[in-house]
Design a protein around this ligand. Structure first.
Ligand SMILES: Cc1ncc(COP(=O)(O)O)c(C=O)c1O
Length: 478
């Protein structure tokens, strides 16, 4: 039968003039409601009491206060977001890298409408729809652009679960090898297995050991030959100690939670070649890096296409996925879940991929690189002006960071809360030193937004000692 003929009830619904008109009206209403959401605004005093009560209810429901006193009202524009206290903040942390099109993007409204017209809210492994097929193929096509041999895509609902699936694929293939080699300070999630891999002892207090992981130091931020040699020597020592026992080399190509330090291609290639010679598979954890550098995948940015055995994505993609080569296809039913993703997440993912591409985020001199250079140059000006209060390095692409004051955790936290109060949202990363980081939404951040962030930062730094001496006004826990 000719599939071009509009003979499916679903297609008739989508092209129904009432649906088309409803979308037009909603876009118009959104645009009207967004008027004036284009700069920082302090809370409305008359909302303070009600907001405080809501925050207390939220803390009671979730079992502790949130990091920021943040409850979204449900509208924003670009990186600007309105909170229920009436304030407008510049959101340069975006749910730790999730809201890559900022807030209330009209294309995401349209994506939500398309999803609302689907017959089900959730998609699953047993029953999938057309858009599921489309998004799996799309992620694979993007991943294969530079020759990476990634043939299959498994969708899932969290970065931790995508990483669990990556570990399962690798262990299954390399059985009986059962060790993981990872870099110091890596963060892979908080499931039982990924909490073991995540290099934060506090995140596994009271949990049984689910994995055997050995860590080596990454290169230092300056990529010094000495630090590279130190790292490779540490890997060699472990490979000699446990020959043939490593199933996985786990890599974040820009250390995310570790403090926004990009590695170098030379280092990665040398490390990968040594570890692969021992039989291990390479997993690139791109849950935080995807969409933020000069190419969609960080492994493409670093020219490591030939080395990608398994790759995970999440956050900005609005759904999570594990990509892997057909030679690694498990021979037992070790991979499955009820949910693959929500219909809305799948539509949102398609939209985010479109917008990242259409807004020219990628390329040697694409938007991500240019915005980074501009942001870094403005941060350097602040560092020269407020000596000792902020220092580089400044991260990579749309993963921007700086070392605040004395580099202590208290100092970073204090500054993050002061910035929040002044209208700029950031977050902490790293430990020694602690860093303040930004994850601006790549597709919509302009120089004017960066200037607005710098203006707030400049203002806050002027009154800040660089040491944690004052109690932040906003409560919360890490
Ligand atoms: C590199 C990396 N991997 C995995 C995860 C875990 O993702 P999720 O929080 O969606 O489970 C994160 C989250 O911050 C991450 O940054």
């Amino acid at each position: 039968m000719d599939s071009q003929v509009n003979d499916l009830h679903a297609d008739k619904l989508r092209s129904d003039p009432r649906v088309v008109e409803a979308e037009r009206l909603l876009r118009e209403a959104l645009q009207d409601a967004q008027a004036g959401i284009d700069g920082p605004r302090p809370p409305h005093p008359h909302r303070r009491q009600e907001y405080q009560a809501m925050l207390e209810r939220l803390a009671a429901a979730r079992g502790g206060p949130t990091y920021f006193p943040y409850i979204a009202s449900g509208i924003g524009q670009g990186p600007w977001v309105e909170l229920v206290d009436g304030s407008i903040k510049l959101d340069f942390i975006t749910g730790i890298g999730v809201h890559g099109l900022g807030h209330s993007h009209p294309a995401l409204l349209a994506a939500g409408l398309r999803a609302a017209l689907e017959d089900t809210v959730m998609q699953g492994n047993l029953q999938q729809h057309r858009a599921s097929l489309d998004i799996m193929e799309r992620l694979l096509t993007i991943a294969q652009a530079g020759g990476a041999k990634l043939d299959h895509c498994m969708l899932t609902t969290s970065g931790a679960m995508a990483n669990e699936n990556a570990l399962k694929i690798a262990f299954h293939n390399r059985h009986p090898a059962d060790r993981v080699l990872a870099l110091d300070n890596c963060f892979a999630g908080r499931s039982l297995a990924t909490a073991q891999l995540t290099d934060r002892p506090l995140y596994r207090v009271g949990l049984p050991t689910a994995l055997t992981v050995d860590y080596i130091p990454p290169e230092d931020p300056q990529h010094s030959p000495e630090s590279r040699q130190r790292s490779l020597a540490a890997a060699d020592k472990l490979l000699r100690r446990h020959p043939g026992k490593y199933a996985v080399l786990w890599l974040e190509l820009v250390a995310g939670e570790g403090g926004y330090y990009p590695g170098s291609t030379e280092f990665f290639v040398q490390l990968i070649e040594r570890v692969k010679a021992d039989g291990a598979l390479v997993v690139f954890d791109e849950v935080q890096t995807f969409g933020r550098l000069s190419r969609p995948f960080a492994f493409q940015h670093f020219g490591l296409d030939a080395h990608a055995d398994i790759v995970t994505v999440g956050k900005i993609t609005q759904l999570c996925a594990t990509l892997y080569g057909s030679q690694l296809k498990p021979t037992a039913p070790i991979l499955s879940q009820t949910f693959t993703a929500a219909s809305s997440s799948i539509e949102a993912c398609r939209t985010v991929l479109d917008e990242l591409e259409n807004s020219q985020c990628f390329g040697e001199q694409g938007g991500n690189v240019q915005r980074h250079e501009y942001f870094a140059s403005r941060l350097q000006q602040l560092a020269d002006k407020h000596v000792g209060k902020i220092a580089g390095p400044w991260g990579a692409g749309m993963m921007i960071a700086f070392t605040p004051g004395d580099g202590s955790a208290e100092c970073a936290r204090d500054l993050v809360h002061r910035l929040f109060d002044a209208g700029l949202m950031s977050f902490v990363a790293g430990s020694t030193p602690a860093r303040v980081r930004f994850l601006p939404p790549p597709a919509v951040t302009t120089r004017q937004h960066i200037d607005a962030a710098i203006e707030i930062l400049d203002h806050v730094l002027a009154d800040w000692t660089g040491k944690s001496t004052q109690t932040p006004t906003a409560g919360g826990k890490d």
